[in-house]
Design a protein. Structure first.
Length: 149
């Protein structure tokens, strides 16, 4: 299921700090809710698992394929926590699953789609356009039904 928050916003292009831009962007798209409380011993959102997963694992290593176990070790958390945040990113179509050879066998890993955030975002935009088209069809249908009454 595709899921993404769309809010009216201005481009974050005047901001020169990658971490600040990333945090605001992740809040805008609904990956990290505004007012998010990590419920761990971290002191701020930028030290939280979802933020560090996106920035440290995926944004700063876009071409690397990460196994869930590797992310759990890197982020010092459990596999269920990794899966919870991984599923949010997958629902936005930012990530892709990649079969990779590790420890003598094939394993499923994850990386930024196409190893390029801009290309991955194009895929996300296509999903938004499709969703908006479907909303338009529903609105037009409601209008037709209302006109018939």
């Amino acid at each position: 299921m595709f899921e993404l928050s769309i809010v009216s916003n201005t481009p974050l292009t005047p901001i020169r700090d990658l971490d600040e831009v990333t945090l605001q962007f992740l809040q805008q798209i609904g990956y990290i809710p505004k007012g998010y409380d990590p419920k761990t011993e971290v002191s701020n959102v930028q030290d939280s698992v979802p933020y560090k997963m996106f920035t440290d694992c995926f944004l700063r290593n876009m071409k690397r394929v990460w196994l869930v176990e590797e992310m759990a070790v890197e982020l010092k958390t459990t596999k269920p926590t990794i899966y919870r945040h991984l599923n949010k990113l997958k629902s936005m179509d930012i990530l892709e699953e990649v079969d990779t050879e590790r420890d003598g066998g094939k394993k499923k890993g994850y990386r930024v789609r196409y190893g390029d955030l801009s290309k991955a975002w194009s895929f996300t935009e296509a999903n938004v356009e499709m969703a908006m088209k479907n909303y338009r069809q529903t609105v037009d249908h409601m209008q037709d039904l209302a006109n018939r009454e």
